[in-house]
Design a protein around this ligand. Structure first.
Ligand SMILES: [Zn+2]
Length: 440
């Protein structure tokens, strides 16, 4: 049993002073406040201690593209070409090395659980590896190496266009051929103490409507989360209208994909009917503000989605930035740009997006809050840095950055102390080495 005395801790939607959290077997056994004087045996945590942060949407290998330039007069689609060149060079060993460094970067940023939207399944020629889940297993091992939990959102990816053109070139390795073949491969993956297996439909571009129900049924049968990219770019909507006569949201709704266990990622270009369908079905929305700005995706109608009944979580997606505070306040700041109004999302809502909403969206209902019985994940940020000094603890989400994270605990195990990763010696060096190895 270990006791932690938090100067401030995030409890039930606000910052509470002088909190004593007792951790036993990786879970909170007691949470008491106020406890004015820290007991002598307690570990003192100055600053603000948050629940573990969930990064609900990640493609680990995209990290190799950060800060490489080359996007002059570019679009989402020219960026995708560059991304495919990296995708073509990864194998299970190089992917494990890269992902381990990326997940270590996430741990330093306070991420205790990542949703890895994984579609790089097979060899570059499309032939399965000897172990057909070698790439997924490499990602699971990388998360374990870096000390964070993962939901592997194994992704069905079958076609290159909405009208069903076959995969070609770098996309060949993404494909299983059919949703049934995807199901049988995914059934070879098993959950473990630090990871879960979830399902993903890449998008309406990559999975024909007729193939979607098999993926949704696998997720339902396994009580697994189901994620899907939705309307990130207007071109996807145009193709969907031409081919199906319906928006991507309507196609997903008709195929039985939407629902309370489903998370739609991006949801930028929506009609009123789309928003109603997402809200009425209880679908969660994952926004990725730093990626959506980096890739010129547009501004999602976040407050309208919230008003429609959707819960909102966030992800760092392409990892142009790995900073969950920047993602969280991006939800509000993008909405300010879109609407000309401030304060549509209060700090408690934004903290929920990175903690209490994200974890269940990844299938972890016992994480994302500091309370008796929950997984003992704690993220302590300093309130005495040049960024955070003077801010109110309950509004620190508007001031803090990943660089203010001092201490991270995952399932009761300390992973970051004094801003240093305890399991990965030098994540920056490892990132540089792993990225150099996979750049074309
Ligand atoms: Zn994505």
């Amino acid at each position: 049993m270990t006791r932690y005395w938090c100067e401030w801790a995030w409890i039930a939607g606000t910052a509470v002073g002088e909190v004593l959290a007792t951790v036993e077997n990786g879970r909170f056994a007691a949470v008491d406040f106020p406890v004015a004087a820290p007991p002598p045996d307690a570990v003192r945590l100055p600053g603000l201690t948050l629940p573990g942060l969930a990064n609900s949407h990640s493609h680990a290998f995209h990290r190799a593209l950060r800060g490489r330039g080359g996007d002059v007069n570019g679009t989402f689609w020219t960026w995708r070409d560059a991304m495919y060149r990296v995708a073509g060079r990864l194998d299970p060993d190089s992917y494990r090395a890269l992902a381990r460094a990326v997940f270590a970067e996430m741990a330093l940023a306070g991420v205790t659980c990542v949703g890895e939207f994984h579609y790089l399944h097979h060899g570059p020629d499309g032939k399965p590896y000897g172990d057909p889940n070698a790439m997924g297993d490499a990602l699971l091992a990388a998360a374990a190496d870096a000390g964070i939990r993962m939901t592997l959102l194994d992704t069905c990816y079958l076609t290159s266009t909405v009208d069903g053109r076959p995969l070609a070139g770098p996309q060949t390795r993404f494909g299983d051929g059919s949703a049934d073949a995807w199901t049988s491969r995914v059934s070879g993956l098993a959950a473990g103490p630090g990871h879960r297996i979830g399902a993903a439909i890449h998008s309406v571009r990559a999975v024909p409507e007729a193939q979607m129900p098999a993926v949704a049924e696998w997720a339902a049968a396994n009580e697994a989360p189901l994620h899907v990219h939705l309307s990130e770019q207007p071109a996807e909507n145009r193709s969907s209208i031409i081919h199906y006569g319906r928006t991507p949201t309507a196609v997903l709704a008709d195929a039985g994909v939407l629902g309370p266990r489903t998370t739609a990622v991006h949801a930028v270009h929506l009609t009123d009917a789309d928003r109603a369908a997402l809200g009425d079905s209880g679908t969660t929305i994952c926004l990725c503000p730093t990626t959506e700005r980096d890739l010129a995706d547009g501004l999602a109608p976040a407050s309208a989605l919230s008003d429609a009944g959707c819960a909102i979580c966030v992800g760092s997606d392409s990892h142009a930035v790995v900073d969950m505070f920047e993602e969280a306040r991006g939800v509000e700041l993008h909405e300010r740009l879109r609407t000309g109004r401030r304060g549509l999302f209060v700090p408690a809502y934004l903290v929920a997006a990175i903690a209490g909403v994200g974890h269940p969206a990844l299938g972890w209902r016992d994480a994302g809050y500091i309370g008796v019985g929950a997984r003992a994940d704690l993220v302590t940020i300093a309130l005495d840095t040049v960024r955070t000094a003077g801010c109110r603890p309950d509004a620190a989400v508007f001031a803090a950055t990943a660089a203010d994270v001092r201490r991270v605990m995952v399932d009761g195990r300390e992973v970051v102390r004094d801003g240093r990763h305890l399991l990965v010696d030098d994540p920056a060096r490892d990132l540089a080495t792993a990225i150099a190895a996979v750049l074309p």
